[in-house]
Each structure stands twice: as structure tokens, then as C-alpha cells.
Design a protein around this ligand. Sequence first.
Ligand code: GLN
Length: 311
Amino acid sequence: MQNFQQRLIQIIEEKRSWTQRGQVAKYIPELSKANPNILGIAMIDLTGQIFTAGDIDYEFTIQSISKVITLALTLMDSGEEVVFGKIGKEPTGDPFNSIIKLETLRPGRPLNPMINAGAIAVTSLIQGRDVSERFARITNLIQKLTGKEEVRIDHSVYLSEKQTGHRNRALAYFMLNEQVINGDVEDVLDLYFRQCSIMLTVADLARIGTVLANNGRSNETGEVIIPGRIARIIKTFMVTCGMYNSSGEFAIDVGIPAKSGVGGGILAAVPGKWGIGVIGPALDEKGNSIAGSQVLQVLSRELNLSMFTSG
Ligand code: GLN
């Protein structure tokens, strides 16, 4: 496996030039300060062996990757009937922050939990007395999944999105009107902006990936952190909707359940095999890490990781 470690370093260096072809997210002002040249990866197999390459110490905000965590939490809290009574299970083909289908489709509920509307509705279902208790439940789950002692947020990114996230605000108020969301919308949005600002590294994402790859069970302690059925639902959404409106193309080119965020992170889980975390803040026009997607494409080809080939 020494060879594989070397190959991984080579892949990162080969693909680093792709970072020039993308742009860091600008619509959240604070994210525009990210370094576009960053590229890093961590891969952990189910025996716990870790391989890393590139900018692995860089901490970034997980943004939409948090949608995976909050979906797991609400499914564990409230069950499928409640969650999927409010949020659909279908891909949209639209950008992640699109509003249009909320009004044109009846009933006016979000199509899936991986787009902003669906994720905000999911966040509204998280149980707890107040925003801080609900947020602590999100960070507790992340601690269990990653083994981290402390989970922090990037305060400037949080405030930046809270001040400028008018589109998310529009989605949330529309859903209040449709009774998809009940209660205090500003509290729901506050919690959503906090979850998006959680900072992790690629190794943390890879650890989360190993739990999903291992059907929700920690490969270190054997503890069931997420029930198997919920882990399966999440991986399925990652395939159908995890890379926004590039999910179809990504399924063909890479074929691995994955969830991206506009901070440039990608969480990937190869069932039964690998947890993978990638960071590359330069994004393609759909909002996915441009170099990160390239790295995953090479790895999928060389290690034969696509779920859609056998042998
Ligand atoms: N916080 C971001 C938003 O709501 C997350 C979106 C993303 O990562 N695609 O716009």
C-alpha cells in the first residue's frame, strides 16, 4: 500500500492545475476569501488504514455536506413517515438554491433533502428546546462520527451567510406559508446557517464516510451510530442528489455516493470499502469542487470504485 500512498500524492499534484479552472464561491462574501489553489484528500478503509495527500490540515466549512448529518439526525428523531411527509425523494435537475419548483409543483414541498429548501425543512424538524440545544445535537452526532472532541464553526462565515442569505430566507418563508415549516423561521435559518459553518478537515469527512460505507456502524468500535436503513437512505440520496444538478454526470463518471458543499468539500462513501474526504475550494459552475471531482474520477477508475460496475 506504500505504492498507493505515493500514487495518491501524484494524483493530487497532477490534478492541482484544475483548481485554476474553477472559482471559489462568492455569493457568501466570506467564502470568497478561500484559497482557490488548495487541494487535499484523505481516504480511510474499513480496517482504519488512512492515506492522505495535499492540503490535509486545511479546515473548511462543510456547507451543504451538513445536509447529510441533519437528515440522519431527523430520521433518527422522527422517522421516515414524518420526514418524507414533508420532503420528497426525487432529484430536481435545478441548482441547489432554486425556488421555482416549490411553487410550480403541488404540493408545494421540497423535492429532496439535499437541496437548500429540503435541507432547511429537515433542519426545522431537529428536536431540542432552543437553537443552541438543537445545534449541540448536530455537533454531538458529528463528534460521534468523527471522534473529534470539539466541533467548531467559522464565525465569520456564519455571520456572513446570516446577513446575506436572503434566498434561503425566501425559501424558508415560502415553506412556512405552505406549512412545510412550522414555528420560528428565523430560528430555523439560524440553525441552518450554523450547521453550514461547521469546520472540518478531509480526515474528518473521511471518517464520516467510513461510517456510511460500513452501514452506519463505527469501524473502530462497532457501535451503530446511524441505523443501517438510514445509512442506506442517505447514501442513496448522495447518489441521486448529492452533487446538485451534476449528480447524473457524477454517477456516470465516478459512481460513488458523494455530497459536496460550496466550501469546496466532498464527502464520499464507497460501500463496504472506503470513506473519502476531499477539499478544493475552486468550484465548477454547478458549485462542486472542480479539482476534487477530477481526483475522485481518477480514483474511481484506478481502484474500480464505481458502484455500477462489477468484477
Ligand atoms: N450555506 C450554503 C447555502 O445555503 C450551502 C449551499 C451549498 O453548499 N451548496 O447556500
